[in-house]
Design a protein around this ligand. Sequence first.
Ligand code: SF4
Length: 194
Amino acid sequence: MSNTTEKLPKNPKPKEWLASDLSQQYIASYKPFNFVDGEGVRCSLYVSGCKFDCPGCYNKVAQNFHFGHPYTQELEDQIIKDLSQDYVQGLTLLGGEPFLNTQVCIKLAKRIRKEFGHDKDIWSWTGYKWEELMQESDDKLELLNLIDILIDGRFLQSKMDLTLQFRGSSNQKIIKVPESLEKGKIVLWDKLIK
Ligand code: SF4
């Protein structure tokens, strides 16, 4: 018999957490020209605020919706300028929780589509599982429809594996979003090495 109980992330009911209630539209960090947050050279926007409370969260300070500074038009213009470099493959959204900051993420993603079409890709991390997002609020589904690649699911310490590509724990999946939405089932990223 075990006397230790593993602390687990929170499990929201569908539509329990809404960006309209929670988001302060704050940004924890912006990191242009990195090559760790997805495929190729990327510009990464870390939004503030997450309620999953995963034990061992890689960015605990950014769980606070008031952490960092407000998203501004100047920052958006800078991101667009950085993305326009030929060697930049795309934007990555992380946090915090992008799907609880949909006001910022939808605005930016739409601007990227307007300026670049699909020449630049958009990746996003989320604590929501794909199946949960399918039952979520309209704004979350709107954001999902603007994304190319989604890394889904809470970080689980019991499934932690630091050798995995772009994921902290083996329950998380790298999902091709347009193909998955079209087929009505998860289509995994086919460039996965591990
Ligand atoms: S979902 Fe991500 S940002 Fe949110 S608590 Fe879990 S690890 Fe941290």
